[in-house]
Design a binder for this molecule. Structure first.
Ligand code: PA5
Length: 440
């Protein structure tokens, strides 16, 4: 497969025999997923989406993105959870660290309730041309709804009756306050498919409009996702990275390795890890079960959390995302006086220093009793990111079914919302408010 798995560093903790014995359970979960026989099977539209997505809508996404790039300096993406993390992950992974001055900037709003952040965004946008892509499947989520109200006011102040032409709403085809507002105000709209939940939606209009507006080629992302679908579905267990990954993390979990730490050596992948944490945390963390997904960026975190990984409680394993070929490389030159003592590295590529850090760290952590899985990704480009995100979703569906939970709902995120609504005095929550006030 395009992404390969190296699991030799888990074999001190689980055996090849156990991995072979887990084959049937993994294949059973795969069958449940593909035959749509399991819990949450009304949210499986993502599985074949890379094969059957609507080409007309795809073309409209490109058109809207081109329009945004023509008339704006900044695209403000309003959304939270699955309605923003996929786009943020792909954009951060594929755009340069320091973008060109004249390139469209994409900023993300509505994923927190910080008044400082909001005020600073409003100030920042005052003298800039901007468009808004507001994204909410339910159309009723509080954080994005508040951000949208504030930003809409600024947009109207700036552009008057032309403001609505700069608003793109991605939401349900019929339900929710955002749909009502979009219909009433004649915004350009894109639909979140009924059968695809937020954290599985990065390759629908939810993620693709902001990604395309940022200038990234969305065709190669979809090609990568399609290739991942074909390989995840068709490869036999022993060669199937998604099945082996699901199986091995399941075995480690059963051996009380309760935390999976996703590690990368490329800071551009920080938000791929954030997206991954949402995917696995919301999909598996239920019925008092599930691995706790954590993430670290090395080598920076080796100088902080590295201590805990090496020497703290033995409750975790690491999964390393190894980008095999760097986007750029730099060669260290020899210096006459060698005052910094680095001449032993003269002629060495910076990426090979990074790879040695990775190899040394893996060996040290395995010696410190931390199992290690490596996922090898050839390079950081659209195809491989599309592939990687699909691969993780497929493995997550299987992994969730192996735990016998519903990987496609998130009942646990409702509880805080009810309390917040009651405390804010939302009509309908009067009784809960009384109970909560007694406890505060
Ligand atoms: O994965 C999910 O379903 C959630 O994280 C949602 O994406 C998040 O709660 C935002 O919901 P909505 O798009 O309805 O505003």
């Amino acid at each position: 497969m395009k992404i390969t798995i190296d699991y030799k560093n888990v074999l001190k903790f689980i055996t090849e025999k156990e991995i072979a014995q887990n084959k049937q359970a993994t294949l059973d979960a795969k069958k449940i997923l593909l035959n749509k026989e399991g819990l949450g099977n009304d949210f499986l539209g993502w599985i074949e989406y890379p094969l059957n997505y609507d080409q007309e809508e795809f073309a409209n996404i490109k058109k809207a993105a081109a329009q945004i790039r023509t008339e704006s300096d900044v695209l403000v993406v309003i959304g939270i959870g699955g309605s923003y993390l996929g786009a943020k992950a792909v954009i951060e992974a594929l755009k340069p660290y320091f973008p060109k001055k004249d390139d469209l900037e994409v900023i993300f709003v509505g994923n927190n309730l910080s008044s400082s952040y909001m005020q600073e965004v409003l100030d920042y946008l005052k003298d800039k041309d901007f468009s808004i892509n507001v994204i909410s499947k339910s159309g009723t989520t509080t954080e994005p709804a508040i951000a949208f109200r504030l930003l809409r006011n600024l947009l109207i102040k700036k552009y008057g009756s032309l403001a609505n032409k700069r608003i793109y709403a991605t939401t349900d085809k019929a339900k929710g306050a955002l749909r009502t507002l979009a219909n009433e105000e004649h915004y350009t709209t894109f639909v979140v498919p009924d059968d695809i939940g937020g954290r599985y939606s990065w390759f629908t209009a939810v993620g693709l409009l902001p990604i395309c507006a940022s200038g990234i080629d969305i065709d190669s992302l979809m090609e990568g996702a399609k290739e991942a679908y074909l390989e995840c579905v068709n490869c036999e267990y022993e060669k199937n990275t998604a099945l082996l990954y699901a199986s091995i993390r399941n075995l480690l979990y059963k051996k009380k390795r309760l935390i999976e730490v996703l590690v990368n050596y490329e800071p551009k992948l920080l938000y791929v890890s954030e997206w991954w944490k949402q995917l696995y945390g919301e999909s598996e963390g239920k019925d008092h079960q599930g691995l706790f997904p954590a993430s670290l960026v090395y080598s920076t975190d080796l100088h902080s959390m590295g201590q805990y990984i090496q020497d703290g409680m033995r409750i975790m394993f690491e999964t390393v995302l190894n980008i095999e070929k760097p986007q750029y490389d730099l060669v260290l030159e020899e210096e006459k006086n060698n005052l910094d003592g680095l001449n032993f590295l003269a002629g060495v590529n910076l990426d090979s220093v990074c790879k040695k850090a990775m190899q040394g760290t893996i060996l040290a952590h395995v010696d410190g009793d931390v199992p290690n899985i490596i996922l090898n990704i050839e390079k950081l480009d659209g195809f491989n990111i599309g592939y990687l995100l699909y691969f993780f979703m497929f493995a997550c569906g299987i992994s969730g079914y192996m735990l016998k939970v519903n990987p496609f709902n998130q009942p646990g995120v409702e509880d805080y919302k009810k309390n917040m609504f009651a405390l804010l005095g939302k009509p309908g929550y009067e009784e809960l408010l009384k109970t909560l006030l007694k406890r505060l």
